[in-house]
Ligand binder design. Structure first.
Ligand code: GDP
Ligand code: ZN
Length: 306
């Protein structure tokens, strides 16, 4: 029978098949499969699976069907990839005005990972009631040509929420942001009927952990679902060649980019067009520094493999 993983709790999976939930386990053959060894867990929330029913009402996951996309990160210091969810439509990176301070480095990493699998990312700026012109301008300038949509909301004042809600309709969305930005306030304001606070995996269980052991998909209606990501503070990118990184910085890639060197990492190479455009103010300097920062970590990971 075909089904979909809607919740993972340790090594236990909830699979929805024909609107029935089956407590399920992964067959050993899936764990042993060489192709799955690069993941900390071969199955993820959002995966379509083939299950076999057991006499005691549980099910065995016999096959994970091909994914349309996935959102993953590096699993702590191990070289494994930690798949947060599969087959998703949108990623919302939640940040806010006021406290905790806007952290574009975190958003940029999420955006690179999203773009690797062609998943759209929206930056949700919460606490717009605390916004000031300087920060608004800073955020807008920073992402000026980055192809990242920015939405301003205030969960507690109810501002911008109905427009934001429309954006989520009919999609499976991952919410990412560290605690304090107002993720729970947003989700509760958007979907008070879903009792998210109690049903979402508690933030404390994700604390200090690198693997996303516990993830749940909350259905708002048949086609709309949310996936919360508790405990995501640091976001390590999966393995990538450093030369590839600039592909995921949309504003760096003009059609006829004229860097002298190819490939160019836009870092130490002379006659680099990206650097020239940073100097001209066409590319945000903050975004460029953030790029260099990620480039450095990719190089570090490459040099320190195993
Ligand atoms: P979470 O940790 O991301 O789930 O954040 P919470 O939803 O618990 O919110 C953290 C704090 O920010 C709480 O004190 C909220 O009342 C506050 N907060 C949330 N949304 C807003 C907002 O739109 N404006 C203001 N001023 N405060 C907010
Ligand atoms: Zn260059």
């Amino acid at each position: 029978m075909k089904g979909k993983i809607v919740k993972i709790y340790g090594r236990y999976y909830s699979v929805n098949s024909n609107d029935k939930i089956y407590p399920s386990f992964l067959k050993g053959s899936i764990r042993r499969d060489e192709r799955n060894k690069k993941y900390s867990d071969p199955a993820a929330v959002g995966d379509f699976v083939e299950i076999e029913l057991n006499a005691d009402g549980t099910a065995s996951i016999a096959e994970i069907l091909p994914r349309k996309n996935m959102f993953s990160r590096r699993d702590g210091t191990s070289p494994k990839e930690d798949v947060i969810a599969a087959n998703i439509d949108l990623i919302v990176a939640v940040q806010c005005f006021g406290f905790p301070a806007f952290n574009p480095r975190f958003v940029d990493r999420l955006a690179v990972r999203a773009m690797m699998d062609k998943i759209p990312l929206v930056l949700c700026m919460n606490k717009s009631d605390l916004s000031d012109n300087y920060t608004v301008k800073y955020v807008n300038d920073y992402y000026k040509k980055a192809d990242i949509q920015i939405v301003h909301v205030s969960a507690t004042k109810g501002k911008g929420m109905s427009k934001f809600k429309k954006l989520l309709k009919g999609k499976i969305t991952i919410f990412a942001g560290y605690s304090g930005v107002g993720k729970s306030s947003i989700l509760n304001a958007l979907f008070p009927e879903a009792e998210l606070r109690t049903s979402l995996v508690s933030e404390s269980t994700g604390k200090g952990r690198h693997t996303t052991t516990n993830v749940e998909m909350i259905f708002i209606d048949e086609n709309t679902a949310l996936i919360d990501t508790p405990g995501i503070r640091e976001f390590g990118l999966p393995e990538m060649e450093p030369e590839e990184l600039s592909k995921y910085f949309h504003e760096f890639e003009t059609e006829e980019r004229k860097c002298k060197f190819f490939p160019c990492t836009h870092d130490h190479e002379p006659n680099c067009e990206v650097k020239a455009r940073v100097d001209l103010g066409e590319i945000s300097e903050g975004r460029y520094i953030s790029y260099l920062n990620i480039l450095e970590s990719l190089r570090y990971n490459k040099d320190n493999k195993y």
